[in-house]
Write a protein of this length. Sequence first.
Lengths: 540, 352
Amino acid sequence: MAGLATSFGSGAMTNSISEIENAELLFLIGTNTTEAHPVIGYKMRQAARKGAKLIVVDPRRIELAEEADYWLRIKPGTDIPFLNGLMNIIIAENLYNQQFVDERTENFAALKETVGKYTPDYVSDLTDIPVEDLYAVARLYAGTDKAMAFYTLGITEHVCGTNNVMNVANLAMLTGHMGRPGTGVNPIRGQNNVQGACDMGALPNVFPGYQRVIDPAARGKFEQAWGVPLAGELGLMIPEMFDKANSGELKAMYILGENPVLTDPNSNHIRSGLDKLEFLVVHELFLTETAAYADVILPAASFAETDGTFTNTERRVQRVRKAIEPLPGKTNWQTMIALCEKMGHPMSYSTAEEIFLEMASLTPSYGGINYTRIDEKGLQWPCPTAEHPGTPYLHANSFVRGKGLFQSIEHIPPAEMPDQEYPFLLSTGRILYHYNVTTPYSAGIASMWSDEYTEVNPEDAARLGFVSGDIARVSSRRGEVTTKVTVTDRVPPGMVWMSFHYGETPTNVLTSAALDPITKTGEYKVCAIKINKIKEHIHE
Amino acid sequence: MEMVSLSINDIEVEVLAGTTVLIAAEQAGIHIPRLCYEPDLSFLGACRLCVVEIQGMRNLPASCVTTVTPGMIVQTHSPVVIEARRTILELLIANHPQDCLTCEKMGDCKLAQYCYEYGVKQSSLQGERHNYAVDDSNPFIFRDPNKCILCGKCIRACAEITGKNNLDWAYRGFETKATTFYDVSFGESDCVFCGNCVSVCPTGALTEKQMQGKVRHWEYQKIRTTCPFCGTGCSFDLCVKDDQVVGVVSSPEGAVNGRALCIKGRFGWDFIHNDRRLTTPLIKRKGCFEPASWDEALNLIADRLSEIKVKHGSNSFASLSSARCTNEENYLLQKFTRVVMGTNNVDHCART
Ligand code: SF4
Ligand code: SF4
Ligand code: SF4
Ligand code: FES
């Protein structure tokens, strides 16, 4: 989020999913799309088969690597030197879009100076990508009229996540792959409503529509609408919340529909924080690992039991419709209203739509959206007025912030790299069959894939005496878990890969406490571990 | 765009050049029966149920693969056409297990529907029958190859929508089968269980296992909604019977996805009625959760939060909102945090 907002003035996916079909070039870095966002993955695969060039940058041999024109098996944590290396070649060979750079961007000189240091040989050394491939990919990307770049958590979940994102933005601006259909920088949002939760101001620094809490004018507007004085200082981000919970400054929390114990890095720190709270409310569908710490659990209604909207990764606001009565008797918005009322703030919404309309009246990019207009196909924000048709791609004639801002970015190695004691690099991600924390409650899905499988390269497995199905203990400086092992060349030697979907194997006790200094996003992708066999595979 | 005029069942029709006769008829409000044609897949022209009579042509051409020409004169339901369709249907059911009573597809089966429309009751042809084993290898897709009419839609859906190419033709002649490579079960194949093949199958050959025995196709109501599992935002319909979700079906109209879904969207819905769903508020007393009424729970929360706010200040409170919840829920939780608790300490787990 923060990265793109700095470069462009908006953190959202710039272009639309439907543009993939007719794309000329797809550049995928740190996104295993066919597993994390399968239907977008289908479209990418079909585009590649229709002749679009496909470049996949990923240490793992993910499914789309098989369809790619170039699969670059990058060393984890070296995305910045890689991108700098591409820009080095593009500038050196004069392949960049001079007109776009002159008219639409600023700070090019600084970028040029920084990437000048990232010569192909140096970058190849750092990233393990052959020099020829760097040249080929740089020329292909820059030489194509339109190219779409995509990334997900593989880029953002690093100490340098924000910088990674800005560097993808640099590359797109340098080559003029912005502001037209079939171009852009496209973060694919993980969960269904990440975009919406951000848009709604479920963030410590902004009100709905990214209106900053420290801006007195914005604050005044919301004070008037909501009829109370509002706090003007920035709130806490998640890791700070748990730091303060641990130190005793934070006393109470309300957690709606999240399970940070399972999904956030360094979960022991989260557990101890929750344990120290004086009062914890968890509003959830299930008795999750996090809910176990609650003083009061409020039963939640699922998406099938409520009216409302989700905003997808391409900023499309779409309807969620109540199909059945809420199992607990109340929708979540009804529960929250009831609580507000008991605390002396009655709110008079009688339908979800009334909540939406209040929000839209305060959020300019949603201003022209209502349930009637989105009934069939949704609408992509910005959609400021009732006549506005919505916006399939952003930054058409100018960036939201005016000029696009080049940021020169230096390589920061991952906070923790393998060493003698912890010789393997652990990377984590999603698998197709699960979506964070809800899918294990699907009986069908759980019956097929109920255990964590840790991927180990055959060379390492031979050395350690592992075969697929063995049980191993994986430990890091922060904790340990047991897991089944699968031996596969999807991962390169020296790297181990795990998902984080299973309560029995809480992978995030292993992951690093290092955070991106700007977004406070955890470094889920890289940490150092060791792995030992504890049980032979039992043949059934 | 060039337009072409033609006559269909004596109605003058004008359509874009390049349109097929089947689509031209549809635009004129005439439905031509079809089994292998699907608007979002490539044309195969295999089943021939869509044949029509076109003046000047000796055979009856398949309308789904015949493009219009100026002045074309088409009859879609003339006696010869109807006779041809009846013969095709008779041939199809000659080799079809007619266990419609218990077939999962009953009520949504194209073969049964057309046999009914064309008055084809039983086949006069008593031929050889297949006796394939059914494929019950996985929790999602039930496959009965005996009911397959070889329309090839599943093969095309798997290749053209999912891109998995898990299905193809196998064997020859009477033995021809639409199946996985090496004719293994779905469970043993490379299938990713997106179910896109199921969504196009016109018969009971591919059906949703989760719906088995639970609901007839005319019994559920369809409620269009948005998938709660990832940021793609696919649309689908929840099938509801007696205030229970009993399935998910997709249709070509999805704004983002057309009919395409993945395993999560199509088959992950059963978490809704998981036994472990919480249905009543719980209050922890001496380390154990005890059921409580809504009033009791909300009063306790209101008292404790008010107390903590007074004693330790607004910033001693924080809330975590959810990227799984709706915009309306997120809006309300941040409003609660800012307005009622008086702090900006609100965040959600997936900011990236
Ligand atoms: S479920 Fe999907 S992957 Fe499996 S055979 Fe059907 S279309 Fe192909
Ligand atoms: S299984 Fe269904 S979709 Fe596939 S060829 Fe047979 S009848 Fe057609
Ligand atoms: S069906 Fe699959 S790809 Fe589509 S939104 Fe749901 S989880 Fe994402
Ligand atoms: S629908 Fe035309 S040949 Fe099958």
